[in-house]
Design a protein around this ligand. Structure first.
Ligand SMILES: [Zn+2]
Length: 203
C-alpha cells in the first residue's frame, strides 16, 4: 500500500467511505460532501456530528406502536388527540410520515419494521407481528388498516395479518388499488395515497 502517494488523507478517505455507505450516495457525492465539510466552519461540522449522535442516543422505539420516539410511549400513543378505534399497520416509520402528510388519517399506527420475505429469510417472528396481535387483544379496536407496501412481501404480510386479525371480530381493510403494484408507500404522492386510504376496502 503506497498510501502516502495518494492525493488525499486517511481522515478524508474515511469520511468519504462512511458517506458512501449511505443510501442514494454514490462515490462522487460522498467525495463532494467530504470536501465540503473540510472547507466548512468547524461549528457547522459539529452540528452535523451532534445531529448524528443524538439520533442514535435519543431516539428509541415506542413500546406500543414501535414508531421512532424520544419519549415512551410516543406522543401519538399517549395523547388523546387520535382516534383510538383505528390502527394502521405499516412496514417502516417513514410510511407514517407519508400517511400523516395526507392529513386524512387520524387513527393510531403500528410499525412492523419489515415485511415477511421467505427469500430474504424474514419470517413472522422477525417483525413486530406478535406485538400487534397482543395489542389488539388488550385494546378495543374497530378497524385495522393494512398499509404494507404493494410489493410481493407487503402483500404476503397483509394476507398473513388479515388471516390472524379477522377472526378477532375486527374489520380489516387494505389500501385501495391505485398505488402501483410493487411500490413503496414512502414514495407515494399525497393524492394517490389519499385516494388509497379513502378507498380502502375490506380484506
Ligand atoms: Zn407509539
Amino acid at each position: 500500500m503506497s498510501q502516502n502517494t495518494t492525493p488525499t488523507t486517511d481522515a478524508i478517505r474515511k469520511l468519504i467511505e462512511e458517506f458512501n455507505k449511505l443510501p442514494g450516495i454514490g462515490p462522487k457525492s460522498a467525495q463532494r460532501m467530504a470536501y465540503y465539510l473540510l472547507r466548512a466552519p468547524e461549528a457547522e461540522a459539529m452540528l452535523l456530528s451532534d445531529a448524528i449522535l443524538s439520533v442514535k442516543q435519543k431516539v428509541k422505539l415506542c413500546s406500543v406502536c414501535f414508531n421512532v420516539t424520544e419519549s415512551d410511549p410516543c406522543p401519538m400513543c399517549s395523547g388523546d388527540q387520535r382516534d383510538r378505534t383505528r390502527v394502521c399497520i405499516v412496514e417502516q416509520p417513514q410510511d407514517i410520515l407519508a400517511i400523516e402528510h395526507t392529513g386524512i388519517y387520524k387513527g393510531l399506527y403500528h410499525v412492523l419494521h419489515g415485511a415477511i420475505s421467505p427469500t430474504e429469510g424474514v419470517g413472522t417472528n422477525d417483525i413486530r407481528i406478535r406485538e400487534i396481535l397482543e395489542r389488539l387483544r388488550s385494546n378495543p379496536v374497530e378497524e385495522v388498516i393494512l398499509a404494507t407496501n404493494t410489493t410481493l412481501e407487503g402483500e404476503q404480510t397483509a394476507m398473513y395479518l388479515s388471516r390472524l386479525i379477522t377472526p378477532q371480530g375486527i374489520k380489516v381493510t387494505r389500501l385501495a388499488r391505485g398505488l402501483p403494484y410493487g411500490s413503496e408507500l414512502e414514495y407515494a404522492d399525497d393524492v394517490t395515497l389519499t385516494r388509497a386510504i379513502e378507498g380502502r376496502q375490506e380484506f
